[in-house]
Design a protein around this ligand. Structure first.
Ligand code: PLP
Ligand code: COI
Length: 338
């Protein structure tokens, strides 16, 4: 095995094993280990036709002390449960979720990137309707699978400010739709505007609320925050994914003396922020250098150096995830034996 850990992109890298579990006749079977990268599916599976599918994303961080740690994995189970409820899928019990992720880590421990490389081991739990339906209704059978892959930072710039673009001609999710759960359709809906933004030199997009196009929703696959006057301000909206990273940053922000405001954030408020960033498991914290509003022809500029609060938030979050700082809230789980 010869991996250049420091050069890893945020992408798929083959590992040795994944795990799979099937729900049939109203109950989950036992977890199976597989070394195959492919799956056999029913041609009429609801996941393929009607998007009955949800996923999660969480990371294993190798610390300076040599220990590998998971960050707030219980929150991912809760979110996957909400996703399952939201599109009428069988729910994955916490114990099964736990067994699956720990098994994948244990069986692929040689793929956990060393400390200091900027890379991590990313876990992808996946739940989908595997049983057939032709009418639009929930499947009677489900599959739950987890694979892991070593990854580098989502934005190749790492902890360097990136430009993003306000989107006014596409929506990723509707106010009472599926934006607050982690289902694949939300990501399909984001691809056209994200692709256009990339082609135009932006690292990501900034979606606005679909109803009025007045308020900031999300920064592509990450939550948005702005900082001004010692306040950490982040959108409150029914159509954004409740980010576990953002939830953690709100606590850290408070701990470093910022007042936290979770409220509607009018897009014009971009003009008043001292620092802005995007946060998520994949993105960690990505500072934002510029926000361009193509329709209004306005550019909001925040500079090419991460701001002081963004830097402090980033260092604190990484420090907790890697075990270098005190884990006051018991967010991390040390994985024994890997
Ligand atoms: N928003 C979207 C749309 C996402 O896909 C993600 C990633 O999971 C996030 C926000 C960040 O959530 P978390 O911090 O739980 O990874
Ligand atoms: C994550 O941050 O884990 C995500 O799922 C975002 C992603 C779609 C890249």
């Amino acid at each position: 095995m010869n991996i250049d850990w420091g050069a890893l992109p945020f992408g798929y890298h083959k590992t040795d094993f994944n795990v799979r579990c099937y729900y049939k006749d109203g109950k989950w079977g036992s977890l199976e280990v597989s070394s195959s990268e492919t799956i056999d599916m029913h041609i009429a599976a609801t996941a393929l036709h009607y998007g009955q599918q949800a996923f999660e994303g969480l990371k294993v961080y190798r610390g300076k002390d040599g220990n590998a740690r998971l960050f707030r994995w219980q929150e991912n189970v809760k979110r996957m449960t909400r996703s399952a409820e939201g599109i009428m899928m069988a729910k994955v019990p916490e114990e099964l979720f736990k067994e699956a992720i720990f098994k994948v880590i244990e069986l692929n421990s040689k793929y956990i990137p060393p400390y200091g490389t900027g890379a991590t081991f990313y876990l992808r739990p996946l739940l989908f309707g595997s049983g057939p339906q032709v009418g639009v209704k929930p499947a009677e059978e489900y599959a739950f699978m987890v694979f892991g892959t070593p990854v580098g930072p989502y934005f190749k710039q790492g902890f360097r400010p990136v430009p993003i673009e306000v989107i006014r001609d596409y929506d990723r999710a509707a106010p009472q739709g599926t934006g607050s759960i982690k289902v694949g359709g939300n990501y399909a809906a984001s691809m056209l505007p994200a692709n256009r933004a990339h082609e135009d030199g932006f690292a990501s997009v900034l979606f606005l609320d679909a109803l009025e196009k007045k308020y900031i929703d999300e920064a592509g696959p990450a939550n948005f925050y702005g900082i001004k006057d010692k306040r950490y301000i982040t959108p409150c909206s029914d159509s954004i994914l409740p980010s576990i990273t953002n939830m953690s940053l709100e606590q850290i922000a408070e701990d470093i003396g910022l007042k936290v405001e979770r409220r509607k954030v009018p897009v014009e408020e971009l003009d008043t922020f001292e620092e802005v960033g995007a946060c998520g498991t994949a993105a960690i914290i990505s500072p934002i250098s510029k926000v361009y509003d193509r329709v209004k022809n306005i550019t909001y500029d925040y500079g090419n150096i991460p701001g002081p609060y963004t830097t402090k938030l980033y260092i604190t979050l990484r420090g907790i995830q890697e075990g270098a700082l005190e884990d006051r809230y018991n967010w991390t789980t040390v994985i024994e034996g890997v």
